[in-house]
Design a protein around this ligand. Sequence first.
Ligand SMILES: NC(=O)C1=CN([C@@H]2O[C@H](COP(=O)(O)OP(=O)(O)OC[C@H]3O[C@@H](n4cnc5c(N)ncnc54)[C@H](OP(=O)(O)O)[C@@H]3O)[C@@H](O)[C@H]2O)C=CC1
Ligand SMILES: O=C(O)CCC(=O)C(=O)O
Length: 443
Amino acid sequence: MSYVDNVIEQVKAKNVEQPEFIQAVTEVLQSLEPVIEAHPEYEAASLLERIVEPERVIMFRVPWVDDAGKVQVNRGFRVQFNSAIGPYKGGLRLHPSVNLGIIKFLGFEQIFKNSLTTLPMGGGKGGCDFDPKGKSDMEVMRFCQAFMTELARHIGADTDVPAGDIGTGAREIGYMFGQYKKIKNVFEGVLTGKGLSFGGSLARTEATGYGLVYIVEEYLRCHDDSFEGKTVCVSGSGNVAIYATQKAQQLGAKVVTVSDSTGWVYDPAGIDVDLLKQVKEVERARLTEYAARREGVEYHEGRGVWVTPCDIALPCATQNEVLIDDVKALVANGCKILAEGANMPTTLDATEYLQEQGVVFIPGKAANAGGVATSGLEMSQNSERLSWTFEEVDAKLKGIMVSIYHAIDDAAKHYGHEGNYVMGANIAGFEKVANAMMAQGIV
Ligand SMILES: NC(=O)C1=CN([C@@H]2O[C@H](COP(=O)(O)OP(=O)(O)OC[C@H]3O[C@@H](n4cnc5c(N)ncnc54)[C@H](OP(=O)(O)O)[C@@H]3O)[C@@H](O)[C@H]2O)C=CC1
Ligand SMILES: O=C(O)CCC(=O)C(=O)O
């Protein structure tokens, strides 16, 4: 058995109840085979055994009081996965499905994604099984304060800098920042995605969705093509989906679908982004509201976005939302590119099918890295106590996404797998982290 297969087997044996973590590790490690063969010193230093084990896992009780005066108890997590190249960095997910395995998969992905951005950020992720849906503002505030009361002792601007993710947007980051400042009596860039009046960066809200479109745009540009006239299917209708839709349409594409956790819409005229923002960001309502207020829109209960014919698919909701039957439908309908806005939305078998069929597949750790990259830019602005204009940040974001595309393309070519961006992203992300870990000794 090869060193890589041996480590994958160990991870499976030690983490039996964490299927998403096993999935993420399997995908990354399998594509590192050629790098590991070229560097026997990695095996001698047990580098892979170390990289799959978080440096620290924090799990904690989050007690808070709801509007009826009842005490509620949730389970909070922060996984500080790898600090070889910088302070831990990664979002906080608030969703009832959150468990240790999901936070570990997200933290593991974050190591390589953050490395790809070229900025000095290690990998981390956190969250809680709290469901913000249906909660009043005051309940969300009391929850965020309770969550930060424990988390505050483990984070800091040079230690670990959390941010948003599913269920954690500007409102939640604001409440968490307020509580951190109160407990620590220090005003520092401990969170990113902050409000603009207290250290946030322009363009962070748009960054993940815009970055996703910029990396696809660069691929298209290198192949004498563009978004102009393309039909795009997006899933999700949160932060990433909204701004991916907006940018793709600014570049001349027509986005015809979005979804939420109860259903999806087909809008043949192209998604009305202003209406979508009103329904999802302002009213926090269901997509049925979008369909009810716009002519010619079909609403469907359940999942099903991927049966819609498109040139480009941008899954932007959650993990494992694109299954083998979905990609068969996409390919049959002529889809040529799938780029992941969400983290690990495509299952391993679906990814393999797309690659076999010649569909360009850009994995999340490259395609959605614009969000964390812009968080890194927010950290830089906080450190120098200055704020950059929207145009400056957006230009830097675009530059980073272009450089990520070329880094993953070059790495894939270098190892003889041209066009395999899963290998390209994993290898290019891994190399810097591996060098840093080797240089820092057995820690
Ligand atoms: N925000 C960021 O900067 C970054 C986010 N990502 C990833 O992008 C994805 C989306 O995040 P983001 O847009 O921030 O999150 P949001 O909470 O803003 O939106 C999430 C969207 O996905 C839907 N969704 C969430 N969970 C499920 C589920 N289990 N089944 C079906 N639909 C679901 C939500 O539906 P509903 O409206 O019903 O809740 C919502 O439309 C995640 O995978 C996240 O990890 C990656 C990089 C950066
Ligand atoms: O902005 C960040 O720090 C993290 C964004 C995030 O959670 C992600 O990249 O998945």
